[in-house]
Design a protein around this ligand. Structure first.
Ligand SMILES: NC(=O)C1=CN([C@@H]2O[C@H](COP(=O)(O)OP(=O)(O)OC[C@H]3O[C@@H](n4cnc5c(N)ncnc54)[C@H](O)[C@@H]3O)[C@@H](O)[C@H]2O)[C@@H](O)CC1
Ligand SMILES: [K+]
Length: 467
């Protein structure tokens, strides 16, 4: 049982999990065997927290309920006072076998009395519709009255692939079986799952999606110089503070040379930042005619005027890897897919939910699928920001719960754009995920109530932790 979810842990959708289980069955592992392992992992976790308190196990109609019956049996064998609150009668396959092997106290779900410890095995990855009135009421009543609650695989009432709410109650601990699911990291799941533990139940997994890992970074080579370290051009806009934040983040993010292309006024430091006067799109075009440029950042504070649009066009036409953020994304709006699909150079898009919806529309699918599809349509890397950032367009989709809620302050997105630019110039496309991790780690190091400026100071320490 893993107490802290290790870096790079696979994240499987409901279907991918079913496929992985099926591959196990095809190799001759019986369904009952997997269910025994799942129930044993749940019982092991519950034992840690239950002490000698009485336990109520909710057992639903599917295999999540089968796991619940196994856990109930194993806990009762250990001398615990266990009651099962069952939903439905006869089950199928291994779940029915486990129900029959349970010989202890059983009551119908809706008549169950609360106990100190609650184990929720009503629904897992098979949730297909919102939980209905009486069942939902019983679930919420019993979870609220328990001193400690633990969910098997997922809190019942979460949509596995989107983290959408279908009537879930918040539990203290969730034991994820076999792998993480998107709902452990996305949307409502972030709050409803409580502390997530991961139980290895021996199902081989080949992941399409992983949880963001701390990167391993390499220091500059002995013969490095400022240009070989990575040169970043940040395009200054109508709100120069935002682009300065991005430029300073790029400087602290490991780039060798950062050039702010705008008014050319060096009044607002730091002194290491190089200021180039760029009055219009033509001047920007000329500035970008430089093979040493490793990455361009455009969007923070850019504005939405015709002049801003002309600068954006100049950057789009340039051959350099580029981070498109904020106003650059808003200016493109619905035309984004077409525009990026025909761009040859590497494009990294860093939209928040609103910018993403303006470019790619809103539909009912989960954040992982929407990000993956948009990245594929654009031929770009997309960092779909939020407390549950999803990065699509690289070899593996990555989900990050990086940082803290204190990141919800003005300027932190500009800093991420600059940091992505720096890591892109230093390491190429793989640097995108690294930047997201460094940004989150810098937020942890910055502590409470920081202003965005202060976040930048913590980036070098975050980098040092990865060397
Ligand atoms: N497939 C396997 O062999 C294994 C599955 N495992 C467990 O099995 C779970 C998935 O099992 P299932 O696919 O059977 O699905 P679930 O047990 O999550 O639930 C499916 C059942 O609930 C019903 N249902 C769905 N939504 C409902 C609603 N709103 N109201 C009332 N009934 C509803 C369905 O009709 C079906 O009978 C995993 O989360 C995990 O706990 C583990 O035991 C490991 C092995
Ligand atoms: K559950």
């Amino acid at each position: 049982m893993t107490l802290r979810i290790p870096p790079g842990t696979p994240v499987l959708t409901a279907q991918a999990m079913r496929d992985a289980e099926q591959a196990c069955f095809d190799k001759g592992v019986a369904q009952g065997e997997l269910m025994e392992r799942a129930g044993a992992a749940v019982a092991q976790a519950a034992l840690r927290f239950a002490m000698d308190r009485s336990i109520l196990v909710l057992a639903g109609p599917g295999n999540n309920g089968g796991d619940a019956y196994v856990a109930a049996r194993l806990l009762a064998e250990r001398g615990h006072d266990v009651t099962v609150a069952a939903l439905g009668g006869k089950r199928d396959g291994a779940a029915e076998e486990m129900r029959q092997r349970w010989t202890g106290n059983t009551v119908p779900l809706e008549q169950a009395e609360p106990r100190a410890v609650l184990i929720d095995g009503l629904f897992g990855t098979g949730m297909s519709r919102p939980i209905e009135g009486a069942v939902k009421a019983a679930l919420h009543r019993l979870v609220a009255a328990a001193q400690f609650s633990l969910a098997i695989d997922l809190p019942s009432g979460l949509d596995t692939d989107s983290g959408g709410d279908m009537g879930a109650a918040r539990v203290d601990v969730t034991v994820a079986l076999g792998s993480l699911k998107p709902a452990h990291l996305l949307g409502y799941g972030l709050e409803r799952c409580g502390h997530v533990l991961l139980a290895d139940i021996g199902i081989p997994i080949s992941p399409e999606v992983v949880k963001l890992a701390r990167p391993r970074l390499t220091p500059p080579a002995p013969d490095a110089h400022k240009y070989s370290r990575g040169m970043v051009v940040v395009v200054e806009g109508e709100m120069p503070g935002a682009s300065r934040l991005a430029a300073r983040a790029a400087l602290h993010g490991g780039a060798g040379y950062v050039l702010l292309a705008g008014t050319g006024s060096a009044d607002a430091g730091p002194d290491a930042l190089v200021h180039a006067r760029v009055d219009d799109a033509k001047a920007l075009h000329d500035l970008l005619d430089d093979a040493r440029v490793g990455a361009v950042v455009i969007g923070p504070g850019l504005g939405r005027s015709e002049a801003a649009r002309a600068k954006l066009e100049a950057v789009l036409a340039a051959p350099h890897p580029t981070v498109f953020d904020g106003d650059a994304l808003t200016l493109l709006g619905e035309g984004a897919t077409q525009c990026f699909a025909k761009r040859d150079a590497v494009s990294i898009l860093t939209p928040h939910a609103g910018e993403f919806a303006r470019m790619f529309g809103k539909n009912g699918r989960g954040k992982i699928e929407r990000t993956r599809d948009a990245a594929a349509d654009c031929g770009a890397v997309i960092v779909h920001k939020g407390p549950d950032t999803v990065i699509g367009g690289l070899t593996q989709l990555t989900v990050a719960n990086a940082g803290t809620a204190w990141l919800s302050t003005a300027g932190t997105g500009d800093i991420l754009a600059g940091l992505v630019g720096a890591r892109l110039a230093v390491e190429g496309r793989c640097g995108v995920c690294h930047a997201v991790w460094l940004h989150g780690r810098a937020a942890e190091l910055a502590g409470a109530a920081f202003a965005a400026d202060r976040l930048i100071r913590h980036i070098p320490q975050a980098i040092e932790e990865c060397l």
